[in-house]
Design a protein around this ligand. Structure first.
Ligand code: NOJ
Length: 475
């Protein structure tokens, strides 16, 4: 019996109601998945970010961003590469968007480079930067690729960093002004918006651990940035709501399901604390739940940055929450570690394959984390705004055959479907990424793209996974 026949039969005889929802969902995803399984309104796309693909780092009046500064003035990118040129989307956007269309990709998520449109972060607007994004938007629409904009994907103008960046409370106002510029210039044609990309990642990597731009480390930079980012979440959301008619407004969170090492009692607290830091820290204040200080006492350090009126202003009623999941975290108690008193067990010890990023391949993690986020009362809809995998690709006779990535995507998609069938209001799925690109402190080594790029010649090669996704979308 085919799956469709089985669904029909279950509906007719009412068997669906007798079988536990989870079992039914699992049974139904055994087959090869199809686009139609996800429903007509489900959004499919690929995702990218300005600094990772554009290049043109100082062209046409663009100001310096913290990432330009970081790659030029520190040696923290492991490969000592820069994304000054990257894969040159700045000049090649037309053919890249045409290729998206050719591959039947219905939507692309990209970010606006803040310092491209406002070189100093506040004040003067750079018309040439606005023109560039207008061209990208118009070309996307012409090719039937719906544009989804992320306002902030980590490339703060350096001029603002010199005033403290996310550590300075004034950033709430700077951010509002910037979002206003985006909304007023692009909101007539773009209806899908995300305020932030992964606030946890940019505050922790850039302001706590110092391994991403702007390279700050310590509690003070981290906790001040956390609070001002949370405040800007609400502020940015409200600007979009006021200025963009019929906007679909979301934001995105990096997230991973957390398990305790060997399920031991002693690791339970490590799981709770890691869950706060990795998954709960940014979404809960937005939903009106405040900071989870009870479960992660170190969050008391945020308190000195909170003003009486903030609790209300932190909140925003998002239309959707973007979940960005790649892997799982297995936590183990270790008292010596400040703040968390926990460490992550090395993924290689977990018995599953790992990707080029040394992340465990753990497909069921995506359905579990989707359900965790969907369980919050204020979350109306979930969209997977990033999922994908970096594997070492090889060009053989002009082709890139990447069966591991295809398998990864199929396995994760089955679990996305499982969450949907178990009742989550799930509206879309974006693959990270369309092309290979600059993976921050890892440089160009990790390959996440459906399309490979030879960074010397800028030649694009559609990988087997790109062809697979295209066939999937066509079906
Ligand atoms: C998270 C970030 O949003 C993106 O910039 C990054 O390249 C991918 N995920 C992969 O690490």
């Amino acid at each position: 019996m085919t799956r469709e026949e089985w669904i029909k039969l279950s509906a007719i005889i009412g068997a669906g109601s007798m079988i536990p929802k989870e079992l039914l969902a699992a049974a139904l995803v055994d087959d090869e998945i199809k686009r139609s399984d996800f429903g007509k309104d489900f959004v499919w796309g690929t995702a990218s970010a300005a600094y990772q693909i554009e290049g043109g780092w100082n062209e046409d009046g663009k100001g310096e961003s913290i990432w330009d500064h970081f790659v030029h003035h520190t040696h923290k990118v492991k490969t000592h590469e820069t994304a000054d040129v990257a894969h040159d989307f700045y000049h090649r956007y037309e053919s890249d968007i045409e290729l998206m269309h050719k591959l039947h990709i219905p939507a692309q998520r990209f970010s606006i480079g803040w310092s491209r449109v406002m070189p100093k972060g506040t004040g003067a607007v750079n018309q040439k930067g606005i023109d560039f994004y207008n061209r990208v938007i118009d070309k996307s629409l012409k090719e039937y690729v719906t544009p989804w904009i992320t306002c902030y994907h980590w490339d703060l103008p350096q001029a603002l960093q010199e005033k403290g960046g996310w550590m300075n409370r004034d950033i709430i106002k700077w951010f509002e002004d910037y979002v206003e510029v985006c909304a007023k210039n692009f909101g007539d044609r773009v209806k899908n918006w995300m305020v932030f990309n992964e606030p946890m990642a940019f505050t922790a990597l850039g302001y706590l651990m110092g391994i991403h731009a702007p390279g700050k480390f310590g509690y003070k930079p981290f906790f001040s940035s956390v609070h001002h980012t949370v405040m800007s979440h609400g502020a940015g959301g409200r600007v979009l709501r006021n200025l963009v008619k019929n906007a679909n407004i979301g934001t995105t969170f990096s997230c991973s399901v957390i398990d305790g090492w060997k399920d031991k009692e002693v690791n339970k607290g490590a799981v709770t604390r890691s869950d706060v830091l990795i998954n709960r820290l940014f979404i809960e204040p937005t939903l009106g739940l405040g900071y989870a200080t009870k479960d992660l006492p170190a969050l008391r350090h945020v308190e000195k940055y909170i003003k009486p009126e903030d609790e209300k202003l932190m909140q925003f009623d998002f239309d959707f929450i973007g979940v960005q999941n790649y892997s799982r975290v297995v936590a183990k108690y270790l008292g010596l570690v400040p703040m968390l008193h926990a460490i992550n067990v090395p993924p290689k010890k977990l018995g599953h394959p790992v990707t080029q990023m040394n992340w465990e391949v753990y497909p069921e993690g995506i359905s579990r984390i989707i359900k965790q986020f969907a369980a919050y009362k204020g979350v109306k809809k979930i969209i997977v705004t990033e999922n994908g995998a970096a594997f070492k690709d090889e060009v053989v006779n002009g082709e890139i055959n990447d069966p591991q990535r295809i398998q990864f995507l199929k396995d994760y998609l089955k679990n996305v479907l499982k969450a949907k069938r178990e009742g989550v209001n799930l509206g879309g799925y974006f693959i990270w990424s369309f092309t290979d690109n600059f993976e921050w402190a890892e440089g160009f080594r990790p390959k996440f793209g459906l399309v490979g790029v030879d960074f010397k010649t800028e030649q694009r090669i559609v990988k087997a996974s790109g062809k697979w996704f295209s066939e999937f979308l066509k079906g």
